[in-house]
Design a protein around this ligand. Structure first.
Ligand code: MLT
Length: 312
């Protein structure tokens, strides 16, 4: 009854709450975006959208869980560009980003910021680099594990300045940020969806942004590129997925709900205040996401393989 049952299901869908899996810890940048979207998406769908944090291994545990979930529209997934870096980072991955998912659409582009604990004895990037070089065996960099964008940004930074400092993996940059605020770790590269309020409150020191242009939300913070790390650029794109086999009419409702959430004036303002960009309408589609994912897998694969980084 595949077709008839699928249509009947789509007509009554959703008749219970929907779980949105986030593959990182609560309170961090991906979680911030998910919780912002959950309420308006629930409004559009007529049922609550409940965020579930399935943390660990740089987002790959959450992705595996979603790839294996029943494809009925009651499990959806918000992830970032880690979907495109994981295949090159992990020799044994329990999911394939290109065959195990349905694509709902691109969601958001988020810049990153290079931060250090508030009391680090450096006041600009050159002083920070000098401090790291003089204390290479002691300085620690927090990240959210291999596959996380904080990890990628950290690897790029270490390679750009030619140091090999100790990396401490967390289950998300939410807990990594807590330890940066507490002074237990020294450096963190993290997304503006979490960092802008901390920077504005002076709770962390900021040393640069990872875009080639300065950010409207942080106009006085120079780019890493303009400070001498030429071409240093990371913009974190996000996408929304469902398990492979989720019926097309259900995916359509989910896409409508996703776009409804991103058109919400309050969300638009909050995201603008965090210098995060909502993609154009053509990118907020299944093809827009899948095409971008393919491009990104092809972009990052060779870079990661050349850097010789892998988990096993
Ligand atoms: C998070 O939500 O914790 C971050 O997106 C992790 C990361 O750095 O990729």
């Amino acid at each position: 009854c595949a077709l008839a049952c699928g249509l009947a299901h789509a007509q009554t869908y959703p008749d219970k709450s929907i779980t949105m899996v986030v593959p990182f810890a609560a309170g961090g940048p991906t979680d911030v975006v998910a919780r912002m979207m959950a309420i308006p998406m629930g409004k559009s769908l007529g049922q609550p959208v409940v965020v579930e944090n399935v943390n660990g291994a740089g987002g790959t545990i959450g992705a595996t869980k979603v790839a294996r979930a029943t494809p009925n529209g009651y499990t959806i997934f918000l992830h970032h560009m880690g979907m495109s870096t994981a295949p090159a980072l992990y020799n044994k991955l329990n999911f394939d980003p290109l065959t195990d998912f349905e694509y709902i659409g691109q969601v958001l582009d988020v810049p990153m910021t290079l931060l250090a604990r508030k009391d680090i004895p450096a006041n600009n990037l050159q002083e920070l680099i000098a401090y790291i070089k003089a204390n290479e065996s002691k300085v620690s960099l927090a990240d959210a594990g291999l596959g996380a964008v904080s990890n990628l940004c950290g690897l790029m930074f270490k390679s750009a300045i030619g140091v090999n400092i100790n990396t401490i993996p967390y289950k998300g940059t939410g807990p990594a940020m807590n330890d940066l605020l507490g002074g237990q770790v020294d450096i963190l590269c993290d997304q503006t969806t979490q960092t802008v309020p901390m920077i504005k409150d002076g709770r962390v020191k900021v040393f640069g942004v990872t875009t080639l242009k300065r950010l409207a939300a942080l106009p006085n913070v120079p780019t890493l590129d303009e400070q001498g790390l030429k071409g240093f650029e990371v913009k974190v794109w996000h996408g929304m997925y469902a398990p492979k086999g989720t019926p097309a009419p259900v995916l359509k409702k989910l896409n409508t709900a996703m776009r409804f959430a991103m058109a919400d004036p309050t969300i638009k303002q909050r995201l603008a205040d965090l210098s995060s960009d909502i993609p154009s309408a053509d990118k907020m589609t299944a093809d827009g996401l899948k095409d971008h994912l393919k491009l990104e897998i092809n972009k990052w694969g060779p870079i990661i393989r050349k850097a010789g980084v892998s988990a096993d």
